[in-house]
Structures are given as structure tokens and as C-alpha cells.
Design a protein around this ligand. Sequence first.
Ligand SMILES: [Zn+2]
Ligand SMILES: [Zn+2]
Length: 313
Amino acid sequence: MLPFASVVDAQESLGRNLTYLELQWFRHTSGVSDYMLYCYNIVFLFIIFNLAPLPLVLLDVLQVRAAEKYKLQPGVHNSRDAVWKCYKSVMLLFFTVVGPLQLSSFPAVRFIGVRMGFPLPSFAEVVLHLFVYFLIEDYLNYWIHRWLHQGWLYENIHRVHHEFMSPMSFAAPYAHWAEIILLGVPTFMGPAMVPGHIITLWIWIALRQLEAIDTHSGYDFPWNPTKLIPFYGGAEYHDYHHFVGGKSQSNFASVFTYCDWLYGTDKGYRYLKENNRKEMIAKAKLNSLDTSWMEIDSLKPFPNHHWKQTKLS
Ligand SMILES: [Zn+2]
Ligand SMILES: [Zn+2]
């Protein structure tokens, strides 16, 4: 809780006037305990879990024709029953695992030194912290995910997440409860190593969840702003991991692609993509079609799917 009774007190303590954002922070959080501030996180997560996947899931379930050319596995759609089953399972996990984990981890957040008061973080500090959190999470997640694809761990834990061979956004957090806890470690590790402000932590948890929703969407839209992020894997990259299924030893990374490249776990994916591109160009040439767009288009790695929906049909 802010240790100031009034704005004047806060200004005297800081030795300067409060900025506009600090003033808003004071108005909305004075009198709110640090624990409650931390608990806002679970409210944000609940809203994101429920609302962010909706438009993408509706495109999938309603099989919207206009969006079909962006579907990573065209013609493969999740049924309403599958979506409902997934949603119920995710909500059960939310209330029995994610929520309690969040509510009980406050002492750890306090211990690592996440600050809740003034000064608020600058824009540069937030961006820098988020960048570091993404890097740390991505690296640790890569190894844990790779580990989860080994024998017993896959059969007993990670198999649940792979029930969706053609993923959809609601399926981003669809997993065994043990996997939720395990993958919570990389998410927490960034703030633990480089603690920042609670605002940065809220943004971090929200962005991490939105990123997972995006990569499980099943759609690859060319206007997706994440395409501007260097080394960002995105929906196509992770969709391939689900498409190949349990035997997949490829595309383990959660956010960026460099770990898979570094450790050689994207070779099959790259080979298939390149092979499909060559085959597609050969077919197009056979039919005297323009192939120039194929040189620059990022082709889907899924054989016998996207081609039917494109210019070759
Ligand atoms: Zn996997
Ligand atoms: Zn996944």
C-alpha cells in the first residue's frame, strides 16, 4: 500500500511533483493493499483467457469462408463439442491451478523485490524488462518443452496439450495441471532475476498469455503485427509442432525461433517448407502459372493442405 496519506505527502517524499500517471496511480491504488494489487493479475488473466481467443475460435468453429485462405490447416476445423470441452477444461484449470498458484505466490513476488509504489517504471524500463523476460522465458521454456516430449513425461503429462493437432486459441492453456505448474517456472524466472514494477509484471503475464493465444490460433494473417518481431515463431511455427503431433521433435520454442535453429530442432520443418515450395513452383510451372509470388510468400509447411486453397486450385 502506498505509504502516503495524500498527494502532497507523496510529492514531499519524492521531492517533486507527481507525473500524470503517478497521480492516476495514487488515485486508484492508495488504500489498496499490495496483495490486492497483485491479485488484479488474476482478474486480467481471467478476462484474457475468456475474451481474447473468442474471435479466432469463432472463425474456426463457424468455418468462416473469408478466413479459410489464412487457415494453417485448411478444411480442418474444431467442432463445437471440442471447443466446449476445451473451454471447460481450461476454466477448471484456471480455478483449481492457475488461480490458487497466483493467489499463493505473493510471498515469492514480495521476496524477489517486485515494487508496487513510486516511482512508476519508465516506458524504457518496461520495454527492457519485458524483452529480458521474453528471452529468459523462451530459453527455459524451450528446454522444458523438449524434455516434456520424452517418453514418460510425454505420455503422462504433455500428451494432453497435444490432443489438438489443429490448435485453436482456447487450447493455448489446455494442458495437464503439472505442465501448467512446470511452465510457470520460466514465466516467473524473468521477474525473479530482474524484478521490476507490478505494472510490468501485469503486462508481462498478459503479453505472455496473448502470445500463446496467437500461436495457437490456427490462422496465419499477413497483417499480424507480430510478423514485425525478429525471430518470432508465430502461429505457423507452433501449428506445425501440433500438426506433427506427439512424435514431434521439432519447433519446441514458445516465442522466438533461434533456440530451434541453434540446437537443430527445426530441420524437418525447414526441409518440408522448402520442399513444398519447390514442389509448388514445379506444379505451377507445369500449368504455366505465375510463380514469382511463391518466391516471396511464406509457404505453409503442411503437405496437401494449403495448396488446394491457393492459386493452384
Ligand atoms: Zn509439445
Ligand atoms: Zn501448443
